[in-house]
Design a binder for this molecule. Sequence first.
Ligand code: NDP
Length: 523
Amino acid sequence: MTMPPVKYQRGDMVMGRWPGSSLYYEVKVLAFDSKSQLYTVIYKDGTELELKEQDIKSTAGFQPRSRSRSRSPGRRRSRSRSPARTTRRSSSRTAAAVAAAAITDSAVSSRRDTRLKDVEVMLSPVVTYFWLLFLPAWVFFLVLQVNREDPSLTNFPPPLPPLEAFWDAQALGFVILWILFQALLYVTPVGKLSEGMPLRSGERLKYRTNGDAITVAAAVHQGVDLTYIHSHFLQLATASLLISILLSVYLYIRSRYAAPEQLALGGNSGNVVYDFFKGHELNPRIKNFDLKFFCEMRPGLIGWCLINFAMALAEMKQHGLDAPSNSMILVNLFQLLYVVDGLWNEEAILTTMDLMHDGFGFMLAFGDLVWVPFTYTMQAYYLVSHPNPLSLPALAAIVILKLVGFYIFRKSNSEKNAFRRNPADPRLSHLKTIPTATGKSLLVSGWWGVVRHPNYLGDLLMALAWSLPCGFSHLLPWYYMIYFIILLVHRDSRDMSDCRRKYGSAWDEYCRTVRYRIIPRVY
Ligand code: NDP
């Protein structure tokens, strides 16, 4: 019987599939075992593996992206036929890993990007129609229902006010003024210039990052009666919705004239409604004014704090108090801390999916200008008409919960950010890592050794601390908590699949070592 000819020869440079993943890296063929029909190949970092012929391709015709990633496979040495066997080394920090490390994250940046992004994966053009109508309707439902004397869900639906009750020209004027005021601060030449990540065209855009407490302070010291925000919440929500729609129409039109290299990969289905929703142009700018970055960071996020503050004033006015209630103070301070923490790390948004990959369309514009300011403020809005006095022990327990949550959230996010920025950071040298074929390693001790998403755990504890001051009489002030659990569980499973695809068997090993996803011993 004649053996089929050996396809690849000793010394050939080919592309080898990393076991358990769909990624290919440049490898050199070392030998062929005719008995097992396996090729022994060596990766650029010295890793040797045995691959089947079907997992090898010739280098011709490969996308440059695959090749460039292949330059930095993590250090690994295995002669096993089982791809799952990975050698773990403590604090593996190769030069290649440093080079390949992508600067990632920050918490609030992701908080923003996710509001509606997790909805996005379920989108098809038909489903888009549903979301386009559902999302604004949901905001109005919350605003109308929470303000009722009995906001229980058994008391559903809230009576629909006459159409004119939704509209107030003055409210529109205030929203425009607020956005212009934020825009003015944004263009003020104060603060440092940061470079974004390279775009598809290779260009790096410059962003000015100067969001800070001055903005909030200046906004709340205008001398206007801020309780107007409470009494005109519905009209302000309508006005913001209108602005987000107009902005999205403008964005859609200008995206049709944008150069191809300025477009995002999505939002180009040809279906007008879908593209309008998803957004097409990546970083629409008017001269140096970056519309997406501005909307992501400024009017809605700072507006969230302003609205909470206005709710505290409205509570005092409505109940004749000299100071806001304990519950209201807690909600205000907790959420202020969350936003300030995000603004403090404002630059980190430049590396997020939102900025780097997503087109700017209705999904983000609505998320930034309507969803965040008008739904994340639900607890404060609820407390104005439904006071919930807190005993001192309850108050102390909630504060401790918030601080514990914040500590876990900040520490775990900072640990990963620092590691991604510089895997050789001496402050992290005590941490154990698992190398992966991409050149990046995975932390397997420290916070990332407790659960696979310690940052979600911290965030969820904080969300719990935001709802607890509202008591247990109604479900609606718990809306954020419920929404957030669904969102993070869904996001976690998306991230697990993405990481499984990216890191293959190294990811499996990480999951075997760190067994729980978000809550130790529970989930
Ligand atoms: P993460 O910050 O958890 O990032 C996940 C990525 O981290 C993975 O894709 C992987 O990317 C990297 N990673 C995973 N495991 C490890 C490990 N063991 N070692 C090193 N790197 C690892 O995701 P999010 O962007 O979802 O969350 C960021 C923050 O934002 C969280 O605190 C979250 O709670 C918060 N958030 C808040 C929301 C809100 O609306 N309030 C909404 C969503 C998030 P790679 O390897 O490519 O670097």
